[in-house]
Design a protein around this ligand. Structure first.
Ligand code: AHG
Ligand code: MN
Ligand code: MN
Length: 336
């Protein structure tokens, strides 16, 4: 039987061979991240059978109620990635401060940020959730990493990716040379390349936004959505379809698959917070993936990856997806 399947392990080793002077450190780090995602996938999949659903009865630094799986997934990420000597520190949605690699392990040259379980409000209702991560280089002396070391614009990311735990478990990655998707073959426990060189169509007639916030939106966003809703009878002269999964991972995955635009814009009730989604472990990694697949990602006013972060848990407005639609929404912001 001919076997021309490419595993994720093979794919990243072959990518490493193309990088002059690569030590294998990065490849090995990525392998550990993949292992963590496989473990989370297993738990998400077993759900109530292993008692992991429901609330943990605690709150994270952002004042959000934590699910049991938010905390378990965070622990899995820490344990799987702390020992190998590739990282100096980690930061996550579920931890107030950074997690420097414990002194009993060697410290390495990379920093890892992650959202261990994205869309966790969907976990109890059996709808797709995911894990988002971003890898940065640790600047300067990595012996004693600080939160400041993490505050690098998204353009500095070495790698970004997400795992989506849906009908199948997939891993989607970029290291700055396009975007590739891998599907977990449960029978062998390996991710297999199934979606090579993903490209987002530049045009779309599908948008995603939490419309319950409509009365709080800024004018440019309201204008865009009104025009979509008017469909053939309005300015746009075509009908639009709407989706809202409430898992950013699932929305981005849909956009990578068939195009679309996703918005979590600034609105008047969260103005002091700066937005809903977090820059370091949601907006930046997703923006890197979207741009690498030919899409665009902006706050409406600024390219997300150009933002100089000021805090680990900083929030930003997010408008991303099919290039021509995102550019249209940016132009509406300029008009206003
Ligand atoms: P998380 O579960 O990691 O806190 O992220 C949830 C985020 C994002 O995935 C999703 O797009 C959005 O919050 C959903 O917001 P609403 O609850 O307003 O629908
Ligand atoms: Mn999230
Ligand atoms: Mn989360």
């Amino acid at each position: 039987m001919q076997n021309n399947r490419v595993s994720l392990t093979q794919f990243i080793i072959e990518e490493q061979r193309r990088v002059k002077g690569a030590t294998g450190d990065f490849t090995s780090l990525l392998n550990d991240i993949v292992t963590a995602c496989k473990q989370i996938s297993g738990l998400v999949n077993k759900g109530a059978l292993v008692g992991v659903l429901g609330s943990a009865g605690s709150e994270n630094v952002q004042g959000e109620t934590q699910k049991k799986l938010d905390i378990i997934s965070n622990e899995i990420f820490l344990q799987t990635n702390e020992w190998a000597g590739h990282l100096a520190a980690m930061a996550s949605e579920e931890m107030d401060d950074i997690y420097p690699i414990p002194a009993r392990y060697p410290r390495g040259k990379y920093l890892l940020t992650f959202d261990p379980l994205d869309g966790s409000s969907n976990i109890d209702v059996n709808v797709s959730v995911g894990t988002i991560f971003s890898i940065l280089r640790c600047p300067g002396n990595c012996e004693n990493p600080t939160a400041e070391a993490f505050l690098q614009p998204g353009t500095q990311q070495v790698c970004a990716g997400y795992a989506i735990y849906g009908p199948s478990t997939m891993m989607v990655l970029t290291t700055g040379h396009g975007v590739n998707g891998f599907t977990l073959d449960q029978s062998i426990g390996e991710f297999v390349l199934t979606h090579a060189n993903i490209q987002i169509p530049a045009d779309t007639n599908e948008f995603a936004i939490n419309a319950s916030n409509m009365r709080f939106w800024e004018k440019p966003v309201k204008r865009y959505v009104d025009e979509c809703l008017a469909g053939k009878t309005g300015e746009r002269d075509k009908d639009f379809n709407m989706r809202w999964v409430a898992s950013m991972v699932a929305e981005v995955h849909r956009i990578l698959t068939r195009g679309g635009v996703f918005m979590y814009p600034l609105d008047s009730k969260m103005k002091d917070k700066g937005g809903k989604l977090r820059l370091m472990y949601e907006a930046n990694p997703m923006s890197f993936i979207i741009e690498q697949a030919g899409g665009a990602s902006s706050t409406g006013r600024t390219r997300i990856m150009d933002i100089q972060p000021t805090g680990l848990h900083q929030r930003v407005p997010v408008i991303l997806g099919s290039r021509n639609e995102v550019e249209r929404i940016i132009s509406y912001h300029q008009d206003a």
